[in-house]
Write a protein that binds this ligand. Structure first.
Ligand SMILES: Cc1cc2nc3c(=O)[nH]c(=O)nc-3n(C[C@H](O)[C@H](O)[C@H](O)COP(=O)(O)OP(=O)(O)OC[C@H]3O[C@@H](n4cnc5c(N)ncnc54)[C@H](O)[C@@H]3O)c2cc1C
Length: 203
C-alpha cells in the first residue's frame, strides 16, 4: 500500500494533519496556493491615521486547538503563546476613536454601552459561549463527534437551540441590542464560510 499522501492547503488543519501523518510513517507533500502558509491563521498590517496596527486575518485565539495538539506536534516547544498586552480595538467607518474590546466582561459591558449604546447582556453571552466551547473541546479530546443528544444533556435545550441548531441572527438578537455589537460579535460566532446568518446552524 502506498504511504504517500498529498494535502491540498497549508492552513492549520493541513499542517497539523501533515505533522501527524508524517510522524506515523507517511511521506507527505503539501500544496499551497498562497505564498505563505497558515491559511486563516496569519496576520496582516494596516495603517490607520499614520499608525500601524497588526491584526489577525482570521483566527486570533486558537480556542478549538487543544493543548495536547501543541504538545504532540512539538509546537509547544517552538512557539510561545502570544497574548497581546492591550485588548483588541475596533474601528467602524469614520470612527476617530477605537472601541476597546476589554477581556473583562464588566469593562467591556461599560465600553459597549458608552460607545455603541449597547443594552444587552455581555456577561451572559461570554458565560454561555464558554460552556459551548468547553462542551466541544471535551468531545474533541475524546474523539467524539458532536451530536445533539450529548449537546442537550450537557448544555440543556435552550443553549442547544440557541448555539447549535438555531441561526446566528437569533443568537445575536438574544444577547445584544445594538447593530455594532451584533456585527462585531458575529465574527466570533458566525460560520466563517459564505453562509447567511439567518440560516440554521450558521454559527
Ligand atoms: C475572521 C475569522 C476569525 C476566526 N477566528 C477564530 C478564532 O479566534 N479561533 C479559532 O479557533 N478559529 C477562528 N477562525 C477559524 C479558523 O481560522 C479556521 O477554522 C482555521 O483557520 C481553518 O483552518 P484550515 O486549515 O481548515 O483552513 P484555512 O486556514 O482556510 O486554510 C486553507 C488553505 O488552503 C489553501 N488552499 C485552498 N484551496 C487550495 C487549492 N485548490 N490549492 C492549493 N491551496 C489551496 C488556502 O490558500 C489556505 O492557505 C476564524 C476564521 C475567520 C475567517
Amino acid at each position: 500500500m502506498s504511504r504517500k499522501i498529498i494535502i491540498i492547503g497549508a492552513g492549520i488543519n493541513g499542517l497539523v494533519a501533515a505533522n501527524y501523518l508524517q510522524r506515523n510513517g507517511y511521506e507527505v507533500s503539501i500544496i499551497e496556493a498562497k505564498a505563505k502558509v497558515g491559511g486563516a491563521c496569519t496576520s496582516e498590517t494596516v495603517t490607520l491615521a499614520g499608525k500601524d496596527y497588526r491584526y489577525a486575518s482570521g483566527a486570533s485565539v486558537l480556542g478549538l486547538m487543544q493543548r495536547f495538539i501543541f504538545e504532540e506536534t512539538g509546537l509547544s516547544k517552538k512557539l510561545k503563546t502570544f497574548v497581546p498586552e492591550s485588548p483588541k480595538l475596533v474601528f467602524f467607518p469614520n470612527d476617530s476613536e477605537p472601541t476597546v474590546i476589554y477581556r473583562n466582561p464588566k469593562d467591556l459591558d461599560r465600553e459597549l454601552r458608552d460607545k455603541w449604546g449597547e443594552q444587552g447582556n455581555i456577561e451572559a453571552f461570554r458565560e454561555d459561549e464558554s460552556r459551548v466551547i468547553d462542551f466541544l473541546q471535551t468531545g474533541y479530546r475524546d474523539a467524539v463527534t458532536p451530536n445533539l443528544e450529548d449537546a442537550r444533556s450537557n448544555l440543556g435545550e435552550t443553549l442547544t437551540n440557541l448555539w447549535i441548531t438555531g441561526d446566528a441572527k437569533t443568537l445575536l438578537d438574544h444577547y445584544f441590542t445594538s447593530d455594532r455589537a451584533k456585527i462585531y460579535m458575529a465574527m466570533t460566532v458566525a460560520e466563517s464560510g459564505p453562509v447567511s446568518i439567518r440560516e440554521k446552524s450558521s454559527h
